[in-house]
Write a protein that binds this ligand. Sequence first.
Ligand code: ATP
Ligand code: MG
Length: 411
Amino acid sequence: MEYATQLHSDGGRTTETMSPASAPEPLQLAPLQLVLSALRLVNFRSYSDAVLKVPACPVVLVGPNGSGKTNCLEAISLLSPGRGLRTARLGDIQRKAPHDTSVREGEMMPALWVVAATVARAEGAWDVATGLIPSANDSNARRTIHLNGAPAIAADVLELAPVLWLTPAQDRLFMEGGSERRRFLDRLVFGLDPSHARRATRYERAMRERLKLLRDGGGDAVWLEALEETMAESGAAITRARLDTIDILNTELNARARASSFPCAQLGLDDVLGDAGANPNTLLARLTASRRHDAESGRTGIGPHLSDLVVRHTGKRAHARDCSTGEQKALLVSIVLANAWLQKHRNNGAAPLILLDEIAAHLDETRRAALFEEILSLSAQAWMTGTDESLFASLGGRAAFVSVDDGQFVH
Ligand SMILES: Nc1ncnc2c1ncn2[C@@H]1O[C@H](COP(=O)(O)OP(=O)(O)OP(=O)(O)O)[C@@H](O)[C@H]1O
Ligand SMILES: [Mg+2]
């Protein structure tokens, strides 16, 4: 396949740099059980073609504003389902090349954007790649995923290399609308229940088709019923998975409360149907009853796409929304760490990849040191960014420091 060839050969260069056989030697997997050992970014935002190889330890990307640190984390986040940590439109990711004289200013490069990585686990190594395939009609451009050169789906890669992240944009997570909180919750679910991503895709597809049918006047009644049954079944399973994740996370957060430097959070799901949202019959009945309303409003008025995540700061007995910015950040760190520990226990000791954009700047010195120690005891490959290397000093020789400069990795 042309696309696969493009990812895996470039005059021999890609094969040489990205194949598992040429991963950094020696690959010290103990105690880290899941590592991104090599990364290549082609036509990806500020990166024209950059390759980074790292050892099996946490990574700190250091560079001035605009050097490409967040772009690099975004690239890694795109190895898992969804639109990555910026929730970007896939077309916006493609590199615009204002300094390239062969293309006019602001014009898109003709090639695709590609993110290729080597995922190393105790059981072996895999080549993972994702990119955008161009199409004659721009709006039809498709993102594809390849595993060892063969077409794959995001859920396959998710099982192989689960990813969690925290970004400065999430500093307003508790202040804004529910969609980002829902996405945050679903990412917590993904790591504990990889089939959650498939359910969400199924639900959304059926929801779109049902709405189109209703807008067009109802159409085929049998087809409409079938779509609602799919929505009820996958929608209830989505709610069940969210409730289960919240349940075990709350238990884990409670258990960690005394020993952790981060505040104890308690999570809840806000859904108009309450726990009954996990019952497919209830959801089906409500969907059937809301046909006329949905046709008129042009929106699906009931279902898990409207639920919200509620977080409370246990110690302060306060809603996260009413906590300070720093406290909110600490709550998010607390939740992500608890989830990482749960994933590690369920995944043969492999902690997920954790992307922490500008995390050091937001935490006081004590919490910063506590976070680094916890990442090390998790044996997680955390990818952290910062403009100031000194904030990571307490990591000492226990992390790989990489300078990023103008879309290049400087080793
Ligand atoms: N599609 C694109 N094509 C070319 N350049 C892009 C594209 N999208 C973003 N950029 C550029 O990438 C550069 C690096 O962005 P990035 O957010 O990674 O910087 P950063 O190192 O995280 O900076 P900061 O410290 O300010 O967070 C920015 O100058 C931005 O304009
Ligand atoms: Mg940044």
